[in-house]
Structure formats: C-alpha cells, structure tokens
Design a protein around this ligand. Structure first.
Ligand SMILES: C[S@@+](CC[C@H](N)C(=O)[O-])C[C@H]1O[C@@H](n2cnc3c(N)ncnc32)[C@H](O)[C@@H]1O
Length: 221
C-alpha cells in the first residue's frame, strides 16, 4: 500500500509526524495509497460486535478515511477520531463541516500519548493500517499498553493490518506484517478472538494489498 513512491520519502529520525503531514498535504484523500471508498470491512466487524449506537468508538490513526462519515450516517453518536497528523484531521473536519462538531478529534501520538491516555472505558478500539508501522519493540509495547489501559471489560478491539503475505512497505515505510495469532499473542489471554478474515484491498493505483482483519473481545474480569 503506498501513494506514488515519489510522494512518500523515507522520513529521517523524529520526523514521522512531518512525514504523515506531508503525505496528506501532497495528496487528496482519494489519491492516498490506503484510500478506500467504503470502510465496509471495518463496519462489518463493528456490526458483529453488536455494540449500541452510543458506544464509545476510538478510531486510532484514522487519517482522512471516510469511516467517520459512514459511522455518523449509520447513527453512531460517540466517535473519537485520532491521528498523529493534524492535516489528516483537518481534512476530515473540512469534509464533515458542521457534523464535525459531533466528533471528538484528538491529534496525538499513540506511542507517546499525552491526550489519548486521558481516555477510559472505550467500547471499541479500531485500527486499520496503523499498528503495522510500529517496528521497534518499545513502540509495539507502548501501543498495546495504551490499548489495554483504555478498552473496558467486554470491550472490543478491531485490528486490520497487512497480512503475512502483504506488502513490505507503505508510504516509504517498512512494515511489520501480522497473523491473527501474532495479534492474539500481543493482546494476551484477556482477549478472545471473535472473528478473523483475510481481505485483499485494491488501492487507487490498482495494487493488491492483502490484509488480515480481526475482532477481539476483552473478557470480563
Ligand atoms: C496508512 S494510514 C491509514 C489511515 C486510516 N486508518 C485508513 O485506513 O485510511 C496510517 C495512519 O496512521 C497515522 N499514524 C502513524 N503513526 C501514528 C501514531 N504514532 N499515532 C497516531 N497516528 C499515527 C498516520 O498519520 C496515518 O494517518
């Protein structure tokens, strides 16, 4: 998954935020390598969870994806949209216009959070195409630490990432590819796998990108 490689240079150290801002500045949403017209596969898993329409759904690294628009249209009322890139969040706000006031937007770093860690009682943690960018052990550990801090008992985790046969790079960045078993290992025995499926996403440039989609539920303790 990539935008045109010329638009996505490998970032130097500590410039990841800038890297993502540049990607969103250089490309309209529809030209991003990870753009999908509908987030139907994610929505399928949200429906499987059977959470109420007022469930607190935290969409991490949501970028400028149309997921938020689709969830609003479907009647979900308690949505949080996070990204590291201010530009991505601005694009969503511009698109939603007055409806954007219904959303809690949080520009913050999942790996070094200063705002996300103030949240609690999350019903669904939803990630499409974010976790796979975290390569260092301390980054992965921070991600799962935050997730486990925020997701409530009986709450759900949706993670959709590049599958083991997925691409090795996206937007100029190396990726960690996953199986459902690898995600289960990271989440630990407090989380039960409810559903998983493979899905090959075709990007706006015709490239095929195999993903693994997973839905886990936190056990009641
Ligand atoms: C490939 S895009 C996927 C965007 C969106 N989830 C989608 O499916 O269209 C990865 C997103 O993760 C965001 N991101 C990367 N590192 C992040 C971090 N440490 N904290 C929060 N967001 C991050 C990027 O800004 C980008 O919007």
């Amino acid at each position: 998954m990539t935008t045109k490689e010329s638009d996505c240079k490998v970032p130097e150290e500590n410039t990841l935020k800038k890297h993502w801002d540049i990607a969103y500045n250089k490309n309209t949403t529809q030209k991003l390598g990870w753009y999908e017209e509908s987030s139907k596969k994610t929505i399928e898993l949200i429906k499987t969870s059977e959470v109420a329409k007022n469930a607190k759904i935290l969409n991490v690294g949501v970028g400028s994806s149309k997921l938020i628009d689709e969830l609003i249209a479907d009647g979900y009322t308690n949505l949080i949209a996070n990204d590291l890139s201010e530009k991505a969040i601005e694009d969503v706000k511009d698109r939603l216009k007055e409806k954007s006031t219904e959303i809690d937007f949080i520009v913050d770093d999942l790996i070094n959070p200063s705002k996300l860690n103030q949240l609690s009682n999350i019903d669904i943690w939803n990630d499409r195409a974010v976790l796979h960018f975290f390569l260092k052990e301390e980054e992965k550990a921070s991600y799962f630490k935050l997730l486990k801090q925020l997701v409530k008992n009986n709450g759900f985790v949706i993670i959709a990432v590049f599958a083991l046969n997925g691409a090795e790079k996206c937007c100029g960045l190396e990726l960690q590819r996953y199986s459902a078993e690898m995600l289960q290992e990271r989440l630990g025995e407090d989380f039960e796998l409810i559903k998983k499926f493979n899905y090959t996403f075709t990007n706006p440039y015709g490239g095929e990108r195999p993903y693994i989609y997973t839905l886990f539920q936190r056990k009641n303790k």
